[in-house]
Design a protein around this ligand. Structure first.
Ligand SMILES: *Cc1c(COP(=O)(O)O)cnc(C)c1O
Length: 335
């Protein structure tokens, strides 16, 4: 089982006019920093505020006949995507998530008409409830990243990016469970075999990074991060996204919370954009000198804007931020 360009082309037809064609804009500041044109694919402009709508719509459109409803375990944006796609299709949706998910995200999902269940302290605990709903109530699970239709849906981003800027030399992808990276890399490498695809995660709790290093899916401890959408495991029984990331990613890099904090300020003050911490990991990596110097245009994906705005406001103001027991020391921008 693997996702092919033809699956991604099929997903393009499903989401056409509903979850596609987000803007691709140039960042003058990041272009200066990179020494090459640096683009942002603005997926935070999707109707649910994140790219996950693409995969969710494609998965819901391909449900088996007679499906009673769908369920998933989500740090927020996948839950939103599934809730929105299910509501459009008139299908019941039950979204399970851990206590670590910010309240704003929980409310956002309820507002889309889905049932929400909050279970345990980790994605893995919430996942137990998903399995129960599948076994006892006959719902169909839609994995946030380890599902062929979801990966194909996310892959449509890669096609659009290369349609807009065919000369792209590299794409920097925020990486968690790897559905986005698997889809984008599959599409981009099918269209342009020499393009480089980098996955980027936060330093603590980077499940895909640790699993790739170990050679097989690993459990990692989930810890609070400014990039909360990048938290969670990849599943010990991972079927698709781990193999695809192993085969297709040129490298996987990690950034610190301090680097993410600074990159959020950069996106706000230099580009005047608001997005989640998960979106800025490529900005953080480039500014920290962790990515190879590009020789042609590059791009990253601004994956979502469903940020905790009280926390974001503190960061823009240069104030300290509390992440569980850990304090990220404040620093006003430009000092
Ligand atoms: C889900 C998500 C990601 C990571 O996607 P994966 O497919 O899990 O790797 C990145 N950014 C945001 C905002 C997300 O919601």
């Amino acid at each position: 089982m693997r996702v092919e360009l033809s699956d991604i082309n099929a997903a393009q037809r499903v989401i056409a006019g509903l979850a596609d064609a987000t803007p691709m804009i140039l960042s003058p500041y990041m272009s200066a920093a990179a020494g090459q044109p640096f683009y942002y694919k603005c997926e935070m402009m999707q109707p649910i505020g994140a790219f996950k709508l693409r995969g969710a719509m494609n998965a819901v459109a391909n449900l088996p006949k007679g499906t009673r409803g769908v369920t998933c375990c989500s740090t927020g944006n996948h839950g939103r995507g599934v809730a929105y796609a299910a509501a459009k299709a008139g299908v019941r949706a039950v979204i399970c998530m851990s206590e670590l998910v910010p309240e704003a995200k929980v409310e956002g999902i309820r507002a889309l008409g889905a049932e929400v269940r909050i279970i345990g302290r980790s994605q893995d605990e919430a996942q137990v409830e998903v399995l129960r709903l599948v076994a006892e109530e006959g719902l169909v699970e839609i994995s946030p990243f380890d599902d062929g239709y979801v990966i194909a849906g996310q892959g449509t981003i890669g096609i659009e990016m290369l349609e807009t800027v065919p000369e792209l030399e590299a794409i920097y992808v925020p990486l968690s469970g790897g559905g986005l990276a698997a889809g984008v890399a599959t599409a981009a490498k099918a269209l342009k075999p020499d393009i480089k695809i980098y996955g980027i995660s936060m330093e603590r709790g980077a499940a895909m990074y640790e699993s790739l290093r170990a050679g097989s899916p690993l459990e990692v401890e989930e810890v609070p991060s400014l990039a909360d959408s990048l938290g969670g495991g990849i599943g010990l029984e991972n079927q698709l996204s781990f193999a695809a990331c192993k085969e297709l990613l040129d490298d996987v890099l990690l950034v610190t919370e301090d680097e993410i904090y600074h990159a959020m300020q950069v996106l706000f003050y230099e580009d005047r954009l608001i997005a989640e911490g998960a979106c800025v990991v490529a900005i953080a990596a480039m500014l920290a000198g962790k990515l190879p110097k590009p020789a042609g245009p590059v791009a990253t994906i601004l994956t979502g804007r469903n940020a905790d705005m009280k926390q974001s406001a503190r960061i823009y103001a240069g104030q300290s931020v509390q992440l569980g027991e850990r304090e990220i020391k404040g620093r006003p921008y430009g000092t």
